[in-house]
Design a protein around this ligand. Structure first.
Ligand SMILES: [Zn+2]
Length: 161
């Protein structure tokens, strides 16, 4: 068994009025939120997919189908807990995670510390093991037109003794 396994995840959700904006399990005050079957937390979805990917498991859509009524408006922290459980079952721990959010607005930098701390609490790891950055799309394309928010994740798992 290799001592390290790397995974990558990507997710995007559309922005719409009348929805809460939740990123990394943290509610962010904004006039619009992300649309999806669950709470549409694209950061957690990308992160969970990078963890499933590192384990060579199917993506979150397999574990939490979007036509499953029990997943409707579900808290995505449940998805992250499931990914953490799978890592534990395979006897891998998280070495580190690197996350990038791409959003034209709202300004995410004031929220990054809270999101990082929340993710570290769910995953039972140190906040130092999580890199979290936010960038804009320079007003270009659907993200630049404020129609969507996207997230990228890379996760390195380390075999536990
Ligand atoms: Zn998603």
């Amino acid at each position: 068994m290799t001592p390290f396994r790397i995974g990558h995840g990507y997710d995007l959700h559309r922005l719409a009025e009348g929805r809460k904006l939740i990123l990394g399990g943290v509610e962010i005050n904004h006039d619009r939120g992300l649309i999806g079957h669950s709470d549409a937390d694209c950061l957690i979805h990308a992160l969970a997919d990078s963890m499933f990917g590192a384990l060579a498991l199917p993506d979150i859509g397999h574990h939490f189908p979007d036509d499953d009524p029990t997943c409707k408006d579900m808290d995505s922290q449940v998805i992250l807990e499931k990914a953490a459980k799978e890592c534990k079952a395979a006897k891998y721990g998280i070495a580190n995670i690197d996350l990038t959010l791409v959003a034209e607005e709202p300004k995410l930098s004031p929220h990054l510390e809270k999101i990082r701390n929340n993710l570290s609490q769910i995953l039972l790891i140190d906040a130092y093991q999580i890199g979290l950055k936010a960038t804009t799309n320079e007003s270009i394309g659907y993200i630049g037109r404020k129609e969507a928010i996207a997230a990228f994740s890379v996760c390195l798992l380390q075999k536990e003794d």
